[in-house]
Ligand binder design. Structure first.
Ligand code: NCN
Ligand code: DMD
Length: 354
């Protein structure tokens, strides 16, 4: 199913993009004056094949997993916080609970690999295994488990689309998950552990040293092959990272725009891109995370973040906030009048900067 999904991902619809650009240029404004909103509008046309798409339903999909590498002491938070935060999410009181509600989006929380054996009320149960292995000592998971977690993401994304959502946002929850995300960045980008590592939940200098050492050992021990995305994902990734890469591929295969959140979801975006380079065109980078290394990831993807709020919470919070901007771009296309329609005098063509 993974390979079928990867094969289904096509190119953007250039004709719809040209039509959208033409319409934008006819609207009552100086050329290009809505800036990035115009870029989003054109890309949405390419993704959906419609010059004037309408956002009909929004879903934020949070994938959650635990990490064996927490044994190395790489986070400020104890591992049980993963599950406690999932509970807070379904109760609507976590950051993403608030911001998904603010965006009028459905919030879907998926257990793709948390340690607790108990099923949480309101959480979608798709556990592939109970947490990853410690990447500083061996692989995170098997190749087969990585495929299973990717397929969970594809299925959840496509069931949200089947239920009427046509704008998706990605979110993550997993204590310790900035460590595998940094390892993924180092593996794909050829960076050292030091260059790829940030402070996550705000670890101090002492913990930072442990974290860099754990990532360096993870790379040396596992030797992930950057030419083989599944190898990188299985050896130094995470279950929620795999699930999120699946969400992105599943959305792209169904020509649905998908908002990328922060450091962890962008690591997943890198995996999706390496599995299918065409998937990149369906991604909208929502924000620039405060996590060191996020910009390096976005540069590898050649994506430009829409908002800069120094957020580094994860959970899909930056992606949820950006949903309303994406929706605004569709409304510009649908509701703003042209010079002709509004009876505004045409601009003087010979005076416009070309
Ligand atoms: O999204 C981000 O950019 C981001 C940056 C730093 C931390 N986080 C969140 O914090 C947790 C991981 O931090 P850590 O220090 O435990 O690796 C995880 O649950 C993430 O959602 C998220
Ligand atoms: C409290 C808390 C909330 C989070 N949300 C995402 N990662 C998190 C990490 C912590 C520690």
């Amino acid at each position: 199913m993974l390979y079928q999904t990867i094969k289904q991902i096509g190119e953007l619809d250039r004709k719809a993009m040209e039509e959208a650009q033409k319409r934008l240029d006819s609207l009552i404004k100086p050329p290009g004056s809505l800036g990035v909103l115009e870029e989003i509008a054109v890309r949405l046309a390419g993704i959906t094949g419609k010059a004037k798409p309408r956002v009909q339903g929004k879903s934020v999909i949070v994938m959650a997993g635990d990490h064996g590498v927490v044994d190395e002491g790489v986070s400020v938070a104890p591992r049980e916080v993963t599950v406690q935060m999932m509970q807070a999410m379904v109760n609507g009181v976590a950051g993403i609970g608030v911001l998904a509600r603010h965006a009028a989006a459905r919030l879907v929380v998926v257990d793709v690999g948390v340690l607790t054996p108990v099923a949480l009320q309101g959480v979608v149960q798709r556990k592939v295994r109970a947490g990853t292995g410690n990447i500083a000592a061996g692989p995170a998971m098997s190749r087969d488990e990585a495929v299973q977690a990717l397929e969970v993401g594809i299925e959840v994304a496509q069931s949200e689309i089947d239920a009427g959502s046509n704008l998706l946002a990605t979110g993550d929850m997993g204590i310790g998950n900035t460590t595998p995300s940094s390892a993924i960045l180092a593996a794909f980008g050829g960076y050292t552990a030091e260059e790829a590592t940030g402070r996550g939940t705000m670890v101090n200098d002492e913990v930072m040293k442990l974290k860099i050492s754990a990532i360096a050992r993870a790379l040396a021990k596992n030797r992930p092959d950057p030419e083989d995305a599944l190898d990188v994902l299985a050896k130094v990734g995470g279950l929620e990272i795999a699930g999120l890469a699946g969400v992105i591929l599943g959305a792209a295969a169904r020509r649905t725009p998908v908002l990328i959140d922060g450091f962890i979801t962008t690591a997943a975006a890198l995996v999706a891109f390496k599995l299918q380079p065409k998937s990149r065109q369906y991604m909208i980078a929502s924000h620039l995370s405060g996590e060191q290394g996020h910009r390096l990831m976005l540069d590898l993807l050649d994506l430009r973040p829409v908002i800069h709020l120094q957020m580094r919470l994860g959970e899909g919070t930056g992606a949820a906030l950006t949903m309303s901007l994406v929706e605004a771009a569709t409304k510009i296309m649908r509701e703003m009048a042209s010079f002709d329609e509004a009876g505004v005098s045409d601009l003087e063509e010979d005076k416009i900067l070309k």
